[in-house]
Design a protein around this ligand. Structure first.
Ligand SMILES: [Zn+2]
Length: 243
């Protein structure tokens, strides 16, 4: 399995071998302890001790801090140094490219805390699934978090049947969510309520697709090693809610 930037072959065994080097760094957290240091990145020991449910809780707690303007003090350079030799992220997020929805910021995460796959409309494709399989099966992440957001331009584009270069094929992947959204009012991109309901459906369909199209992730979830969860980020309130 070759996964890293042409450097060398990376398989689970070599990952585990190289990753042990920084496991002895002082344990901090994803975003959960009351530590004010935040000097180091998440360690293997701290990450492995978390359950998938705890990872969800900590990301939501991080979002509550963010929404309240109460983020933890961080030393990004210290996190960079602590994680340079190895990473132990607790989650992989699938989020939209929207500049207003950076999961690391809105869930108050540090360097090394989470993988983040970003694509307009947080759609699933084979490469995204491969990234998730790497994150969970190879690198040990405990959570796959799909995060849509309100007022999503990609969702509006899908509703409007946008035809524009490669974007045409991308919005086609969102279109099934329009059909699946039972909404009786005005079904246009000018209706924010409809746009957000389609975005929500798009998230639940992505979660379903992940389970259906990745036997690896499905098995990991069935055996309790990971959870696959959908969520929505509200641009207006700064709140993340599970769907
Ligand atoms: Zn978006």
């Amino acid at each position: 399995m070759t996964l890293y930037c042409g450097c060398r072959e990376m398989n689970r065994r070599s990952f585990l071998r190289t990753s042990g080097a920084v496991a002895i760094l002082a344990a901090t957290d994803v975003a959960g302890s009351e530590s004010t240091a935040h000097a180091a990145a998440l360690t293997q020991q701290a990450r492995d001790a978390l359950t998938p449910g705890e990872v969800i809780s900590r990301m939501l707690a991080g979002n509550e801090r963010f929404a309240a303007g109460n983020q933890k003090p961080r030393d990004f350079l210290a996190e960079q140094r602590a994680s340079a030799a190895g990473q132990y992220p607790a989650a992989i997020a699938l989020t939209c490219v929207d500049s207003r929805a950076p999961v690391e910021v809105i869930c108050d995460l540090g360097i090394g805390d989470a993988f983040n796959a970003r694509v307009a409309g947080n759609i699933v494709n084979d490469d995204i699934l491969g990234s998730m399989e790497f994150a969970c099966m190879v690198a040990g992440a405990k959570l796959v978090l799909v995060m849509g957001h309100t007022a999503c331009g990609a969702v509006k584009g899908a509703i409007d049947d946008v035809v524009l270069g490669n974007l045409t094929g991308l919005v086609a992947k969102i279109r099934p969510a329009i059909r699946e959204t039972a909404y009786k009012g005005q079904r246009t991109s000018a209706n924010p309520e409809f746009v957000d309901q389609v975005a929500r459906t798009n998230v639940t369909m992505a979660v379903k697709q992940i389970r259906e199209r990745s036997p690896i992730l499905r098995e990991m979830e069935t055996s309790g090693k990971i959870k696959v969860v959908g969520s929505m980020y509200d641009l207006a309130t700064a709140k993340v809610t599970l769907v």
